[in-house]
Design a protein around this ligand. Sequence first.
Ligand SMILES: CC(=O)N[C@H]1[C@@H](OP(=O)(O)OP(=O)(O)OC[C@H]2O[C@@H](n3ccc(=O)[nH]c3=O)[C@H](O)[C@@H]2O)O[C@H](CO)[C@@H](O)[C@@H]1O
Length: 358
Amino acid sequence: MKRPVIVLTGGGTAGHVSVNEALIPVFIEKGYEVHYIGSHNGIEKELIRNGHKEVKYHSIQSGKLRRYFSLKNFSDPLRVGAGVLQAFALLKKLKPEIIFSKGGFVSVPVILAAKLAKIPVVIHESDVTPGLANKLALPFAKHIFTVFEQTLQHVPSDRATCTGAVIRPEIFEGERFEGLRIARLKGEKPVFIVTGGSQGSAILNATVRKELDRLLERFEIIHLCGKGNIDESLEHIPGYTQFEYVTEGLPHLLAAADFAISRAGSNAIFELLSVLKPMLLIPLSASQSRGDQLLNASLFESLGIAEVVEEEELKKLSAVELFASLVDHKEELLKSMKKVATTKSPEDMANMILSYKN
Ligand SMILES: CC(=O)N[C@H]1[C@@H](OP(=O)(O)OP(=O)(O)OC[C@H]2O[C@@H](n3ccc(=O)[nH]c3=O)[C@H](O)[C@@H]2O)O[C@H](CO)[C@@H](O)[C@@H]1O
């Protein structure tokens, strides 16, 4: 008997893929044939092809949605058009029961094609305000799931539900000893994981490296610095280990860490919350984004579950003092973190998605 089919889409950065990664094993377990429509070169291709061999990955053309002037703004609509035709042909062949979109620019042609092929689409928004791709998708979505309650003000409320964050189950399965082994750390001083989100962050990298000697007198550091950002001159320094991007090892590194310094991408901060890492957030500034991380961070700060420093202030502060402040406030932060029930299990989320199929 032919298995039912589901199509997942979303990409551009890992934040648009990790929820899909959490759901894939559940859909497979439920007997679904899972297909993923992503771009030719985005991080989604690498993450799905390498991490989920049981999923069939299909690449389509897609244009980037820019908020600034670029000559590509003239050619990209043509690529989106080509992407719609490719996605339409795929959907006609695959005949999915439903499409789940996690956003990012590659999802736009898939959603337009789904409308033409009359296949229901449900979407998921991780940030407080919808990203550009999800904004475009709103009129075509049968239902919208949100992580934050506040997002319901920004989407059609009769078609939206706040579900909370969906965390990959493996995030909870890390072992401290294995994490210390991978990072070549002793674990005798407080261990910090510094993460600039899926792409790394130049400002976080500079902040840590500028005061590295002084930081290492008191702490050990696992530094997720982003692709192409390893500083060769800092390799083999005891107590400090850099990684460009970690896949399977991440749960162990999180287990090894006592504290986190992070950008305020939605998936990353909910992962840190769910494994109870007291965190200092340095959100991406409004000049470089639509301000989504500023909102994510300020909500976490208002709940007492994170300390927050904005980029502008960061330049004036000592990294050692910021790290130490987190150590000093550990107990209060942990107490508040334990009170906040936030996550939805991938199983429950998958059932909610499937309730919207035709
Ligand atoms: C620059 C930018 O546009 N950032 C956005 C992007 O962030 P970004 O793509 O960085 O996404 P998040 O911070 O939400 O999540 C990062 C994901 O990457 C994973 N990870 C990270 C580093 C690593 O070495 N290994 C690894 O697996 C984390 O575990 C997490 O699941 O999408 C988020 C969710 O819509 C937004 O809130 C961010 O504002």
